[in-house]
Design a protein around this ligand. Structure first.
Ligand code: SF4
Length: 687
């Protein structure tokens, strides 16, 4: 028997038809992929065995009964809250969680513990886009759809190796380009990647050169009469200040020649249907929010938003980064896109939940959360479905910070991860194919993940583990759910309660889903208003969510070009692995793509360092080091390095390369920079 479900990896959110014997096919009817799958999705059947699975709770390394583990977790959190206050505890969750898991974790921390100390690894993924959307639109709303990518005449890919990181979207664009030879693709990236092969023009910018490019574009559009003044007059504020700031930018900070910039600007200005796709190269930066707004400014100034085939489009990294946003899974948001700082929003959520106490201020964002652990300010920490001891910047420091917390809990599918090895209590979670719920992809499409395998050993779905702990903490009624469908209905009903604030997040049409309806729910894009047909594209009417109904252009300054010794280290993903390899690492086929950790280095730099073919290079920063196989290639610029982030302490003596990424965060979004860390590099001398 086969089951329609959703791929658990990237934010494309492809539909999958899966069987218990491991047979995997793309779902021909799912609107994200229409049957396509990438290498990772196609290999899902090779990752569902029970090797290395955590199949029973463990306390202090010993197997334990669920009741003992749940009671211990509940008591230690309750004691910490009583003795040190609600802000002495924290949850760190994951874009791997399903929306229903995310909803109850957020409800427990914000509505019943009374702290907003719940942040997520999605902070590393799209927090800068969230902040940029809120500044420009008044809410965090992704306006576009995947169909826009096929209708556009120009696609600009910024900081995105789509071919490896969102392969099915890349396939859709490649197919559209093959069918319409007039379609153009521009790739803006400090690296030449597999995505560049599809591009008509590659702008190989300096690290963080994006703002200089888009400020230059805005100044060019203004100087050469390409502004849609009627649209700006009717729908946009902040135009003059944004253009003035753009005119102050020095385009040379992009690292590009005047000629290639002119070529790009003329192409953009002369093409009405432009979609600008951006991803981690934009978001994972100390100026990520400004980068986002520099892009949005150009679309707002030309009215190229809210219409078919045009608009800015942030592509999320994780399968449920969007679902996490919807339920307030970030430390600075409430559920259903409401704001913690707004007393009316807080009162609505508190009244809806019937909660005894609701957080009154934003909580600790990811980097600050682990710093608080290091500083001894967190007494109890629960990490769900993620591996921050390997994936965070300063990964070694984060591991020490977790070890410093008096009581730590990890719920995961695997018995051993770099993070789980540090925990006092391990809770076995059900994995992909074993649990039910929903995820939301990059185009706001809510899809079902469905179980097609038995839950192994004593594992439980995350939503149930969280509710078990909540009930043991004394919140029996509020967490008395019997199914993910019941949680989903409550979450949809909260969207109705939030409607009075004019929020776009509306799934009121889903409040009455029966269990049967939930079981058979087809993929649907929000908003899903009651009694109306949903609309796929936002802002078609020029109405935005700031109080005056207008969008905002935001003045942004380009960072100065850095001339310092050493290298810029960019850490990222490869085609066939997902994050810290807990699942993709099981597939020999996927492992054959890149067998060991490596670092791309320009051939001239390799020569300067005296590196022979396939020799090892030692990359260091802040007292940490990583030993990596050197891969000399002119895909990276001189002075730049690129290394995949997937290998953990458990998989390689090199350890997580993010240990050598020093901490820098975007001051607006709190998203850490992972694309241009300063490091030293030298030939590794084993002696
Ligand atoms: Fe899964 Fe993303 Fe590949 Fe689709 S593109 S199959 S969602 S990893």
């Amino acid at each position: 028997m086969s089951t329609c479900t959703t791929c658990p990896y990237c934010g494309v959110g492809c539909g999958v038809i899966a069987s218990a014997d491991g047979t995997i096919k793309g779902d021909p009817d799912h609107p994200a992929n229409y049957g396509r799958l990438c290498s990772k999705g196609a290999a899902l059947g090779e990752t569902i065995d029970l090797d290395g699975r955590l199949l029973a709770p463990r306390i202090g390394g010993q197997n334990a009964e669920w009741d003992s583990a749940i009671n211990l977790v509940a008591h230690r959190f309750t004691d910490a809250i009583r003795d040190y206050g609600p802000d002495s505890v924290a949850f760190y969750v994951s874009g791997q969680l399903l929306t229903e898991d995310y909803y109850v974790a957020n409800k427990l921390m914000k509505g019943f513990i009374g702290s907003a100390n719940i942040d997520t690894n999605s902070r590393l993924c799209m927090a800068s886009s969230v902040a940029g959307h809120k500044r420009a639109f008044g809410t965090d709303t992704v306006p576009g759809t995947y169909e826009d990518l096929e209708e556009a005449d120009l696609i600009v890919l910024v900081g995105s190796n789509l071919a490896w990181c969102h392969p099915v979207l890349h396939q859709r664009i490649a197919a559209a380009k093959a069918a319409r030879p007039g379609m153009r693709v521009v790739n803006i990236d400090p690296r030449r990647t597999a995505t560049t092969e599809l591009a008509d023009l590659h702008l190989q910018i300096a690290p963080d050169g994006d703002i200089a490019v888009f400020n230059g574009l805005l100044a060019h559009l203004a100087a050469e009469g390409h502004i849609d003044t009627a649209y700006v007059d009717a729908h946009v504020g902040g135009f003059s200040a944004a253009v003035a700031a753009a005119e102050c930018s020095d385009p040379r900070n992009s690292g590009l020649s005047t000629e290639i910039l002119r070529q790009f600007y003329d192409l953009w200005a002369g093409t009405e249907k432009v979609v600008t796709v951006y991803s981690q190269g934009v978001n994972q930066s100390a100026c990520g929010t400004d980068k986002v707004n520099a892009i949005l400014n150009c679309h707002l100034a030309t009215g190229r938003i809210g219409r078919p085939g045009m608009g800015p489009f942030s592509i999320t990294g994780q399968p449920n980064a969007m679902g996490g946003r919807e339920v307030g899974g970030l430390a600075n948001m409430l559920a259903n896109h409401l704001d913690i700082e707004n007393a009316d929003h807080r009162a609505t959520v508190q009244g809806f939940w019937g909660s005894p106490t609701l957080c009154t201020k934003p909580g600790l964002k990811a980097v600050d959360l682990f710093q608080a652990c290091a500083d001894g300010k967190i007494q109890a920490l629960w990490i769900m479905s993620t591996n921050p001891a390997a994936s965070m910047p300063d990964a070694a420091g984060v591991a020490q910070a977790i070890a410093n917390v008096p009581f730590s809990v990890v719920s995961d599918i695997m018995a051993r991860t770099d993070t789980g090895d540090l925990a006092d209590v391990l809770l076995p979670a059900a994995g992909w194919g074993e649990k039910d719920g929903t995820v939301t992809n990059s185009e706001r499409r809510i899809s079902r993940q469905r179980a097609f395998l038995p839950v192994p050993g004593q594992a439980r779905p995350d939503w149930r583990i969280i509710c078990d702990v909540a009930r043991a903490m004394g919140h029996a009624t509020a967490f008395d759910y019997d199914s993910p469908a019941a949680i989903f209905r409550e979450y949809a009903a909260l969207s109705v309660a939030a409607q009075s604030f004019g929020r776009d997040f509306d799934i009121s049409g889903l409040t009455d889903l029966t269990d049967e309806g939930y079981a058979h729910m087809n993929p649907v894009q929000w908003p899903v208003p009651a009694r109306q047909k949903g609309r796929a594209r936002f802002f078609a009417d020029g109405a935005f969510y700031h109080p005056d109904g207008r969008a905002r252009m935001v003045p942004v300054a380009a960072p100065m070009a850095q001339v310092t010794a050493g290298f810029h280290l960019n850490t990222g993903r490869i085609r066939d692995q997902w994050h810290t390899m807990t699942r993709t690492g099981k597939s020999a086929r996927l492992g054959a793509h890149m067998a060991e950790p490596y670092v791309e280095i320009h051939p001239q730099d390799a020569k300067t360092l005296g590196l022979g073919p396939a020799e090892l290079v030692e990359v260091t920063a802040g007292g940490e080091r990583s030993i990596l196989r050197a891969l000399p290639t002119d895909r990276v610029a001189k002075g730049a390095l690129f290394a995949p982030m997937h290998w953990t302490r458990q998989r390689s003596a090199a350890g997580p390369v993010n240990s050598v990424v020093r901490v820098q965060v975007d001051p607006v979004s709190g998203q850490p920079a992972l694309k241009s860390g300063r490091v030293s590099a030298k030939r590794f001398d084993a002696a």
